[in-house]
Design a protein around this ligand. Structure first.
Ligand SMILES: Cc1cc2nc3c(=O)[nH]c(=O)nc-3n(C[C@H](O)[C@H](O)[C@H](O)COP(=O)(O)OP(=O)(O)OC[C@H]3O[C@@H](n4cnc5c(N)ncnc54)[C@H](O)[C@@H]3O)c2cc1C
Length: 242
């Protein structure tokens, strides 16, 4: 990206739709199709009707569709995100089958030396039992420091071994097998609003792992700009996927 003063309008717009997450990640809303009015009109076709503008009546209809879980009209809004995230986050993300993914290949491209190390306050302990775990910050600064050091040193060592194998002429597809699940990968994620609500209900939720939740929060902030009323009624109806 160049200097802000010399950027074209589309370059500036792209930045507005990009949120940096963690030490190397991001969520970028590259493209979208549809709006609050599209959802309304997909529903209105049942009665062979169409709305030309979005009024309180249309808001009422969106609320009805959400409350009664009429699912398919929400599928008329589509988003395409560019995401850069650690592999362990991407692995959880790709469980969401009702969406499409294209991911960077470690067989065909060299993986940059980038890996996840959390902020100190995110070094946590796990308490309780399966089904009701609680994750609380570790208070002991020595444990926090050792954790951050171990995360950094071991991942650095993995990348050093990876680069050494590449330099010796080993295929990328084999050398990459030493890389850690903390390494960053990039993917394009295409999802409709219904699939997105399902993703957000599970991943922008206190039970989700903190790291994927950080990305889900960014996704939600960006998606909201496309169909703000849809997100209002999602919230008002308890964030249940229609
Ligand atoms: C806190 C948390 C902990 C988790 N822990 C684990 C774990 O320990 N192990 C593990 O394996 N997974 C785990 N998961 C993943 C979870 O089981 C789901 O695979 C993931 O959240 C995707 O949800 P989904 O199936 O609703 O999404 P999508 O795959 O996007 O599906 C959306 C919806 O489409 C419908 N659908 C999709 N596919 C089918 C199908 N084959 N049959 C019928 N209906 C379908 C369902 O209504 C579904 O809700 C966890 C998820 C969360 C949020």
């Amino acid at each position: 990206m160049g200097n802000v003063c010399t950027m074209t309008t589309s370059e500036l717009a792209a930045i507005e739709r990009l949120i940096n997450v963690h030490n190397h990640g991001h969520v970028h809303l590259e493209d979208s199709m549809g709006s609050d009015l599209h959802i309304v009109n997909n529903a209105r076709v049942s009665f062979d009707q169409e709305s030309a503008e979005f009024t309180p009546k249309e808001r009422g209809l969106l609320n009805f569709l959400m409350r009664e879980r009429h699912g398919s009209p929400w599928e008329s809004v589509i988003f395409r995100f560019d995401v850069k995230a650690p592999i362990f986050v991407i692995r959880e993300w790709q469980r969401h089958r009702i969406s499409s993914f294209n991911e960077q290949s470690a067989r065909y491209s060299v993986i940059p030396d980038e890996y996840y190390v959390p902020e100190a306050e995110l070094v946590r302990g796990q308490f309780g039992k399966p089904g009701s775990y609680e994750f609380r910050p570790i208070e002991d600064p020595a444990v926090v420091e050792s954790t951050l050091r171990l995360l950094d040193e071991t991942q650095q060592a993995s990348f050093a071994a990876y680069r050494e194998m590449l330099e010796m002429g080993v295929a990328k597809e084999l050398a990459r097998t030493v890389l850690p699940v903390g390494m960053f990968s990039r993917m394009k994620w295409t999802v409709n609003l219904r699939g997105l609500f399902n993703f957000l209900s599970l991943r922008n939720h206190e039970h989700a792992q903190r790291e994927i939740r950080d990305y889900a929060i960014a996704v939600e902030e960006l998606a909201k700009t496309v169909c703000p009323v849809a997100f209002e009624v999602f919230e008002e109806n308890g964030r249940v996927c229609p």
